[in-house]
Write a protein that binds this ligand. Structure first.
Ligand code: ANZ
Length: 889
């Protein structure tokens, strides 16, 4: 059979689609397996070979699990709202809905060429009103819920109102202020946000780097604005604790732990001199209280005004104005520059009554702990820097030298510390927890670094909020029956510099004018795939109870602190209100590495149009130029294609080596500007989808980043050709022991490797097996058919073609995975070294169950034995089964 991959792939893609082979339904007779890819944002550039890496891996697992008898849910969709489409709309005037549709179409075509086994009948798009109805619904549910800290779960606001009859006498506005400030899980607050003028929107912390927007690189400033927020912090403890039960990589869990930032410490109250009020601080080092020499408040702390004395007010105001310019990130990151101002007030140490001056400084953050600290310069480096600058005393409470810096380690024996003197730090902290509790100075407290998530964007292309406002500015919610609240069509997408969103210009739009951020639509999308056409619920109970949650989630590690935190929060909430049956959305998660580009270079002899081959370039003064990797093969430049590539090179001349022009190369990010972008369509065209799939999996361990290098692709392609030839040679012959041994060794290794995501070694094992089949002249049709099933998750099209040619029943996609049998791997013969008087002379193979007598007589009569005996009589033959044969003469 000719390996005509173009015909084969077209034929089977059509057949599979006609037969709806990947459409799944609930089937209680089979175990379910849910494999999910992080759905793509359909950008204008289309897919490059780096994008499908994770999709191919998850497709291999899906196919493998189907062969293993699982009922596999493997869906795909599009994260279709977002900034780039809107930026593009501003530049070109094309409606984001139009460009998004166009891009989705392109993505769909590219994906269908690769032969993914998605159930497309379940496709979702986050920008589809039928979909975002449920995003809006979840928002409403959050709006109507609060977190009950005793029950540790979300409860209806209605219950809370019933518990507080006294709120009935309040005005709507007053009551809502309380509810928004302390209770609603989706609430409004004025918060300092990252405002990007150029993009006309607020950005999340992870969308800002070094004071610039990640997308576009525009300046970002801090600005107080009324925003919608989600009370993610209510779930901090559960987000943290849940990690232990998840089958995620340790590194990913560590990133989340760091982001959640659990910190065990204590809250303590310091009386203010001349006042009945007490200043609340948070500390992880309660044991250091006898080393406190000043207090620091965040410049935004509520009490700053009141604590500032008249003669200090000018300096304090000045300082506050200065710090407004710095983002929180800069404030945390900057450990060298300390600054601050004295309020003029004093606190009193609750243990010994010592007077402590109160300062403000921006190294204390308003949003963490209580926004106030007790400063211990001997044991905290920022406090030390501050004390040194403001000439404040530094009192060590552990024996150490503080002249050059603080001693921050949490170890040692306490000094200068009254009743704590002599304790080890760890014990002193515990002792203090008890002590502050009994003396009513404070209590033990866990703090989290996690912040509530800002949930509004001053943009157009996102989900509208199902919220309207009454005259007094109080927000009111729509109800489920009013949903979806559809995004109105507009034609002017530009933001206004004052922060007024495009929806504010829409005539008759009576609702909230900001829209939801990018993470809204992706937080619960995995649930919708279970039941995508349900009109009454995000997901119906039956579907949810069958599919439960994602067994395997594949995607990039860059989502560690965004999507993967928000979707866990969102799902915990849905679990609390009884909408879903599993608390965690993603049981197992694998992060695929990045595919980098492998760039190629040519070397232009300076100020000429002459190019010199790599090995000769040092003989000239040259300039290195990126060349399109698609006109280079195995680092050899296609000269004609180069001349056609750009008019600039139409008359290029070459200094070649043995008639060839060798290019230089380097590994870089895959990007247009480096001309190293490889389009999967082109690979599919040249080698076929099966080769592309197999090659991407063969490049290296899934979780590592690695360069794309088209050079190695021939090897994989050749493997598939040889597989086709092996099938051509198949006969009805009975499988021999050696055939079965090769097959079963491959079954064992390939299945183990797929289970552990070691796809590259699964492929090498298949290659080894194929070589061995050739060496052993294997022709057994049954053996070869099983081997084809083994390879088919990687190369499904040729797999199907060969499976049919070998008389397989049904489709290879649903064929039973060959069962591994240990017995075929057991050795049943042994090759003995035969020695004469201890000297090994030749090798001889015997069955392991042959008797000693039979072996000895065979050795005696062998021609080789007669030769080595050289006429001498044999005294005896020593035989050790499975080890040696020694002839004594
Ligand atoms: C006294 C002390 C003595 C502290 C000492 C540290 C070392 P984590 O682990 O991050 O929770 N702190 C508290 N609130 C703060 C805020 N809003 N901004 C900046 N710093 C703040 O760190 C908790 C420690 O960071 C607290 O313990 C407090 O300083 C400081 F030898 O209190 B410590």
């Amino acid at each position: 059979m000719e390996y005509n991959f173009k015909e084969i792939e077209k034929k089977w893609q059509k057949r599979w689609q006609d037969d709806q082979l990947y459409k799944v339904e609930i089937d209680h007779s089979r175990p379910k397996y849910y494999v999910l890819d992080m759905f793509p944002y359909p950008s204008g550039a289309g897919l490059h070979v780096g994008h499908p890496l994770g999709y191919i891996a998850s497709d291999v697992v899906s196919r493998y699990k189907r062969n293993k008898g699982f009922n596999v849910l493997h869906p795909m969709g599009y994260d279709a709202f977002g900034l780039p489409a809107e930026q593009y709309a501003i530049q070109t005037g094309q409606h984001p809905a139009v460009t998004t549709d166009k891009n989705i179409k392109r993505y769909g075509e590219q994906m269908s060429k690769i032969g993914f086994s998605y159930d497309w009948s379940r496709e979702i798009r986050t920008s589809d009103p039928e979909y975002y109805k449920w995003t809006q619904w979840a928002f409403l549910e959050m709006y109507n819920s609060y977190y009950d800290t005793k029950l540790h779960k979300a409860r209806p606001i209605a219950e809370l109102l019933a518990q507080h009859p006294e709120w009935q006498t309040l005005t709507d506005k007053e009551r809502e202020e309380i509810l928004h400030r302390d209770y609603r899980l989706a609430y409004q607050a004025v918060s300092t946000v990252n405002w990007c003028e150029e993009l006309g929107t607020v950005l999340a912390n992870d969308e800002v780097k070094d004071g610039l927007s990640v997308r576009g690189g525009f300046p970002v400033q801090q600005r107080p604005m009324k925003q919608w927020l989600l009370r993610v912090t209510a779930y901090a403890e559960r987000l943290q604790a849940g990690l232990d039960k998840l089958d995620w990589s340790e590194s990913l869990k560590e990133i989340q732990r760091g982001w959640i930032g659990r910190s065990q410490g204590a809250t303590m109250f310091f009386p203010i001199e001349g006042s009945s009020r007490k200043l609340e601080i948070f500390t992880t080092r309660a044991d250091t209280v006898f080393g406190v020499t000043f207090m620091v408040l965040a410049p935004e702390h509520e009490w700053v005004k009141e604590l500032t004395t008249a003669e200090n007010s000018a300096a304090i105001e000045d300082y506050i104005a200065q710090t407004k310019k710095r983002s929180e990130r800069e404030r945390i990151a900057d450990t060298r520059r300390v600054s601050g101002a004295f309020t003029g007030s004093y606190a009193l140490n609750p243990f010994n009554g010592v007077r402590i001056p109160i300062y403000i400084s921006d190294y204390v953050l308003a949003g963490y702990g209580t926004g106030a600290i007790m400063a211990v310069p001997a044991h905290d480096s920022r406090d030390w820097a501050f004390a040194t600058m403001f000439k404040l005393p530094i009192i060590p409470i552990i024996e150490c030298d503080v002249s050059e810096g603080s001693y921050d380690a949490k170890s040692g024996q306490l000094i200068n510390s009254d009743f704590l003197t002599g304790y080890q730090v760890k014990d002193a902290i515990e002792k203090m927890f008890d002590e502050i509790q009994t003396r009513k100075i404070g209590f033990k407290k866990v703090n989290y670094r996690l912040r509530d998530a800002i949930f509004s964007r001053q943009r157009y292309w996102g989900e509208p909020f199902p919220i309207f406002y009454s005259q007094d500015g109080v927000p009111h919610a729509l109800t489920l029956k009013d949903l979806p609240l559809e995004l109105p069509a507009i034609d002017d997408f530009s933001p206004s510099p004052t922060g007024l969103p495009p929806l504010a210009r829409v005539d008759g739009w009576a609702y909230e004018t900001s829209t939801m951020p990018g993470f809204a639509g992706s937080s619960a999308y995995y649930l919708r795939y279970m039941d995508p056409h349900n009109n009454d619920a995000l997901v119906g109970r039956e579907a949810n109870e069958y599919w439960r949650n994602v067994d395997l989630y594949l995607g990039g590690i860059e989502h560690a602190t965004g999507h993967l935190i928000y979707s866990r929060y969102w799902n915990f909430f849905l679990y609390d209100i009884g909408a879903v049956c599993e608390e965690e959305p993603f049981k197992k998660l694998v992060n695929q590495g990045m595919i980098q580009g492998r760039s190629n270079f040519v070397y232009r002899i300076k100020v000429t149009n002459k190019f010199v081959s790599y090995d000769l370039k040092d003989q000239y003064d040259t300039q290195e130029i990126h060349v399109d990797v698609n006109i280079v093969k195995n680092d050899i430049l296609d000269l004609e294609a180069f001349r056609e590539w750009s008019p600039e090179y139409a008359n290029a001349e070459f200094v070649t080596q043995d008639g060839r022009y060798v290019c230089g190369w380097a590994v870089e990010k895959m990007s247009k500007s480096m001309y190293n972008v490889v389009n999967p369509d082109m690979i599919v065209d040249q080698y076929g989808a099966d080769t592309l799939r197999m090659y991407e999996m063969f490049l290296g361990p899934l979780e590592q980043s690695k360069p794309w290098d088209t050079n190695g692709i021939d090897g994989v392609h050749k493997f598939l050709r040889r597989l086709v030839r092996l099938v051509d040679m198949a006969t009805d012959s009975q499988p021999r022991a050696e055939d079965l041994k090769i097959l079963h060794r491959a079954i064992k290794k390939v299945s183990q490797d797929i289970e552990t995501f070691a796809f590259n070694t699964a492929i090498s094992a298949s290659m080894i097996a194929l070589n061995e089949f050739y060496e052993q002249n294997t022709t057994s049709r049954d053996v070869i058919r099983d081997f084809v099933v083994l390879v088919s998750p990687f190369a499904p099209h040729v797999g199907e073609e060969l499976f049919q040619a070998l008389g397989g029943r049904g489709s290879v996609c649903t064929a039973a995975y060959p069962e591994y049998c240990e017995e075929y791997l057991v050795e049943n013969s042994f090759t003995y070294p035969v020695s004469f008087n201890g000297k090994t002379r030749f090798l001889c193979t015997f069955a392991l169950d042959l008797s000693a007598e039979a072996i000895q007589s065979a050795v005696r009569s062998s021609e080789q034995t007669i030769k080595y005996c050289d006429g001498k009589p044999i005294k005896k033959i020593i035989f050790v089964k499975g080890k040696i044969i020694n002839v004594v003469v």
